[in-house]
Design a protein around this ligand. Structure first.
Ligand SMILES: *Cc1c(COP(=O)(O)O)cnc(C)c1O
Length: 469
């Protein structure tokens, strides 16, 4: 399997060649040179597999330049019942006939990003050791991604993590999760400012090519293809858990931000998995809902970005969306390049009047949005009817999943975080905070390790220079 850029430039690369870099040199995102397709018989052969076996089978399609025995061992180390707190790894819970929850949030940081990031940690360590290299991962986080990356990379050889977060702006639980890590290769930098200040520092440091090369700076952002590939696996897992025979269809409801999670579902559908519809859910930041309803993709700026009670979906633009548009325009790199050029210049593009709109409409994706009040209502309803407490992001997905579901349709809602991470909103909805899973009872009282800094590029560079390996 070779990988090409969504903007059509460069030469095809192997999986390990694109693993540690970010964007393609022409500014595009890497995608498989051809979308793999499985026959019904090939899909059904995967049905009896357990999670690790399934992950190996699916990932082998995308990763063909790591020896099979090594890839198997990486997968086996990533998906253990102790890390994911269940032998199923991603168990399916049935609310009622036709309405299910795929539980993806039992990893160390209690959010679905662990499903891909744990694999990435072992994969990075393996590839770096093989190439005799080291990597310093630099990132900015407002919560979920940063902690998931730190728990995946902690203690890994050849890797240091420098994670910037806004000082005193994350929840006490999120802070404790990140700052209580005592591993010598994890460096938390609390920036006096907001998330955008952190992001700006990361951008400036990463755009200094000589600093980047000297200190081997890398990223683990959501455009990394390995993360997408690892997410395809649980669509297969959920599908098999909810069906009993070949060809039966299932739909998925997906709380969406950067379009990574639902894009993995789109890839699974293109591979031949019988997915009826992909139901995309947004919160008040509805750039994606607007696109799928109207064809108009309009990036939000500054004051237009709402701080919501499903904060991990508070995005202004959806980075992985470019991969979807690449397919919609018939894999035309030049068309994508032109659309993103227009986006850069005007902040939007409109496909509704183009020949591509019919392709969007037949891609199997529908969308909906949820407000704060609707989110609370969904949390209350699911607690009342099924005695399950869901987190605010999952609630956004469950809202569209229940509303859009047709008679006889099987819907799997993806659980993207556990409610304990967003206890204040749960308290607002239900009058009481959710019970904490075992091992997380007192994390706020653990000793914390972090560095407080101004949003000062030189200070951050000096810190990296001092601690990088
Ligand atoms: C990251 C995240 C999302 C959004 O997922 P994307 O892949 O960016 O669309 C939704 N919910 C939670 C809890 C998240 O952490």
């Amino acid at each position: 399997m070779r990988y090409i850029s969504t903007r059509g430039g460069g030469t095809p690369q192997s999986f390990t060649q694109i693993l540690l870099g970010g964007l393609a040199p022409d500014g595009g995102l890497y995608v498989p040179a051809t979308m793999p397709a499985l026959t019904t018989a090939e899909i059904e052969r995967l049905r009896p597999l357990n999670y690790r076996e399934l992950a190996f089978a699916v990932l082998s399609i995308f990763i063909d330049d790591i020896p099979a025995h090594d890839l198997k061992s990486i997968v086996d180390r990533a998906y253990t019942s102790s890390v994911f707190r269940s032998t199923a790894i991603a168990p399916l819970k049935t609310f009622t006939q036709g309405l299910n929850l795929l539980q993806l949030s039992n990893g160390p940081t209690l959010a679905f990003k662990d499903m891909a990031m744990q694999f990435l940690g072992h994969l990075f360590e393996y590839v770096l050791a093989k190439e005799g290299r080291s990597l310093n991962i630099l990132g900015a986080t407002s919560g979920d991604t940063g902690s998931s990356a730190e728990y995946a990379m902690r203690g890994k050889k050849g890797i240091h993590v420098f994670m910037l977060s806004p000082h005193e702006r994350m929840s006490a639980f999120q802070r404790a999760q990140m700052f209580s890590l005592q591993d010598a290769n994890i460096h938390n930098i609390a920036i006096r400012g907001v998330f955008d200040d952190c992001q700006d520092v990361v951008k400036v440091v990463s755009s200094d090519a000589s600093f980047k090369a000297q200190y081997r700076i890398g990223a683990v952002n959501s455009i990394n293809w390995a993360r997408i590939a690892a997410q395809v696996v649980y669509y297969f897992k959920g599908y098999f858990a909810a069906t009993s025979k070949a060809g039966e269809e299932v739909s998925f409801a997906v709380p969406s931000g950067n379009f990574g999670n639902i894009y993995a579902g789109y890839v699974a559908r293109r591979m031949g998995l019988p997915i009826g519809r992909l139901m995309l859910a947004t919160n008040e930041n509805d750039v994606l809902d607007e696109f799928f309803r109207t064809g108009h993709y309009r990036v939000r700026k500054g004051a237009e970005i709402h701080a919501t009670s499903s904060p991990s979906m508070d995005i202004s633009k959806a980075s992985n969306f470019e991969r979807f548009v690449f397919e919609i325009v018939g894999r035309g790199g030049a068309v994508v390049a032109e659309l993103w050029q227009r986006l850069e210049e005007t902040g939007s593009f409109d496909l509704s009047a183009s020949q591509y709109w019919v392709e969007v409409k037949s891609a199997g994706i529908i969308s909906g949005r949820s407000t704060h009040a609707e989110r609370l209502g969904t949390i209350r309803r699911i607690a009342r009817d099924f005695n399950v407490i869901i987190d605010p992001h999952t609630a956004d997905g469950v809202k569209i999943g229940t509303e859009a579901r047709e008679v006889g349709e099987t819907v799997i809602c993806l659980e993207t975080a556990l409610p304990v991470k967003f206890a204040a909103t749960i308290k607002e909805a239900l009058g009481a905070e959710p019970v904490r899973p075992a091992g997380y009872e007192n994390i706020e009282s653990l000793p914390q390790r972090f560095e407080v800094m101004d949003p000062d590029v030189d200070a951050v560079k000096a810190f990296i220079a001092q601690h990088a390996r």
